[in-house]
Design a protein around this ligand. Structure first.
Ligand SMILES: Nc1ncnc2c1ncn2[C@@H]1O[C@H](COP(=O)(O)OP(=O)(O)OP(=O)(O)O)[C@@H](O)[C@H]1O
Ligand SMILES: [Mg+2]
Ligand SMILES: [Zn+2]
Length: 331
């Protein structure tokens, strides 16, 4: 692993632990003022904890039983005090991530929060917070989409975007119990990236790991995993691309497509599909162009196994710039 990134992340955990510890100490102090017996119990529990470890080491079953029952009694007394004070039982468990207790590791494996930190470091997603301020479901405005049909569609641009909106919300709300992949397609400036960001924000908010990459970025990374044997970040990239909870590939079709990149793309799509880990793809290509540009192994998987969501209408970037939206489409 890249040593600098690793050290940075460990330092962040250190800071988080310090911060949480100081909150914990303040709470302890408050508890002590409210009920002095509480601190006494804490100390007794700590010393029993040490005695229990010793008894385990010495295979001293009798003492162990005795100590464990003392432990139970103290825990109950402690919980009763908290209950009386109307405080939650975990009042003193102050952690930002309860899974790894802010250590970054669960049983020697990287915790989800660690992987998310890695993602943020590699892709400098710090800017994401700014993006999320303007690109989120609350900012969705259907008035940019004319009540008019495009191409040979039997649905208006307005109807199609409402469908995108509904399906995207559905995707977010059922993320944990339903495996689904989405494919956003349509011309430039119609909100494909906007919807990718709306969804990313919500899924990140659920404490999941989300990796957002553009197709050219993805292929650059895949290339370095495959060919650059010296790249020390390989394992992390691999882990992020294949194991993050949600992978978003924006702008598919803008990369320089070669045979090796195609097989990499196939590998990502297929491996994640087998592991039931979702991908959202956005592209400017029509389904016909998609079939032309990619091997049938790829295009048939995309067309067959992804929910296809079409965007039509008039470039929102231009509408915003020239204030067209308000004049022409807003009713
Ligand atoms: N439904 C919407 N409501 C309000 N603003 C939107 C909506 N959809 C998109 N926008 C805004 O319109 C602009 C263009 O949208 P976006 O970048 O998502 O288009 P795109 O389809 O990804 O285009 P491209 O194919 O060029 O990447 C952005 O500034 C975005 O914030
Ligand atoms: Mg885009
Ligand atoms: Zn964690």
């Amino acid at each position: 692993m890249n040593q600098k990134i690793f050290t940075d992340i460990m330092r962040e955990y250190e800071k988080i632990r310090l911060m949480n510890n100081s909150i914990k100490n303040k709470r302890k102090k408050k508890l002590f003022e409210l009920n002095p017996r509480f601190l006494q119990i804490e100390n007794e529990l700590a010393s029993i904890g040490i005695k229990i470890s010793k008894a385990v080491l010495n295979h001293d079953k009798n003492s162990l039983q005795n100590l464990q029952s003392q432990n139970q009694i103290l825990l109950k007394e402690k919980n009763d005090i908290l209950l009386k004070l109307n405080l939650p039982q975990n009042y003193l468990n102050v952690y930002t991530c309860h899974e790894c207790k802010d250590t970054g590791y669960v049983k020697n494996k990287k915790c989800k929060c660690f992987v998310q930190k890695l993602i943020e470091k590699y892709y400098d997603l710090s800017n994401l917070q700014n993006i999320f301020e303007t690109e989120n479901f609350d900012m969705f405005d259907s008035r940019y989409y004319p009540k008019k049909c495009y191409d040979d569609d039997d649905k208006t641009s307005y109807e199609l975007i409402n469908r995108v909106y509904e399906k995207s919300l559905y995707f977010v709300n059922n993320f944990d119990n339903e495996f689904k992949n989405l494919l956003f397609y349509g011309n430039t400036g119609l909100g494909k990236t906007f919807f990718c960001n709306c969804i990313a924000k919500e899924i990140l908010g659920k404490g999941k790991t989300v990796l957002y990459v553009t197709a050219p970025q993805l292929f650059k990374i895949m290339e370095s995993i495959r060919f650059d044997k010296t790249d020390e970040n390989k394992d992390e990239y691999d882990e992020m691309i294949f194991n993050c909870d949600l992978l978003i590939i924006d702008d598919l079709g803008t990369e320089f497509a070669t045979l090796p990149t195609q097989s990499e793309l196939f590998n990502v799509i297929n491996t994640r599909m087998l592991a039931r880990k979702p991908i959202i793809i956005s592209t400017n290509l029509s389904m016909k162009e998609l079939e032309k540009q990619y091997s049938s192994r790829i295009s048939s998987r995309l067309i067959g196994n992804y929910q296809l969501l079409k965007f039509t209408g008039e470039d929102i970037r231009l509408q915003k710039k020239f204030g067209k939206g308000e004049k022409n489409n807003f009713t």
